[in-house]
Design a protein around this ligand. Sequence first.
Ligand SMILES: Cc1ncc(COP(=O)(O)O)c(C=O)c1O
Length: 273
Amino acid sequence: MRAWVNGRLLDDPGAPAIQVSDHGLTVGDGVFEAVKVVDNRPFALTLHLERLARSAAGLGLPGVDEGLVRKGVEAVLGGGGLRLGRLRITYTGGPAPLGSGRGDEPPTLVVVAAPMDPAAPTARVAVVPWPRNERGALAGLKTTSYAENVIALAEARRRGATEAVFANLAGHLCEGTGTNVFYVVDGELRTPTLASGCLAGVTRRLVLEWVGGREVDEPIEVLQQATEIFLASTTRDVQGVARWDNRDLEAPGPVTADALSTWRSREHELMGV
Ligand SMILES: Cc1ncc(COP(=O)(O)O)c(C=O)c1O
């Protein structure tokens, strides 16, 4: 692992480097991105930086210095040799008083690069009982307030699954803890709209552009009729779902296999871009 904090590459990436009063740590006042790295090159970095800026604006954080983030990315990838990995870019409210109010100090910017294992070929999904709040102040923002995802994923693992999926307050399909969901009903590829409260996933956007699919919000029960389901995310790319709660599915089915092969043939376009 290599870590860069506020302009400085750490000699020891495990050494303490953030103040104990950092608002990201004390109240989850921060935003982040996870970016795939292949052969030491970040995938779709520009799209991720655009979303980081949108998330920061959504929290009312000062504008992100994109040039500085890119310097951090260069610094942590400077060692070379990361065949498959993940960049984590975190931007927080910085040191602050111990309550919810922000302080006057500059934000904290952290970039970390670490190796990553390839994703499993298929996923098992558990639908969890807690709703995503599509009307909440954080809807659609990639913030460091992710503890709901921690609880949901722990529950999914307890049930033998590898990802947890949420409905929203309307009872419509929303997203997973770190994934967007695509499914096939009546031969049509579908995914929830951004109004469902799901994150505007970079992978979701590219699947819609490269493969197609209809954005629609429907009750989560519709997934019981799906002939195929797949997850889309930075760490999984396109990953077929072999089990949805208690139902087994063909994975990858023909639509998923087609999406995966399109993904593999086009992802080079955004390597290092
Ligand atoms: C809540 C949530 N939804 C969806 C995604 C998928 O987004 P992306 O394809 O940009 O990784 C992520 C992961 O980053 C996420 O955290």
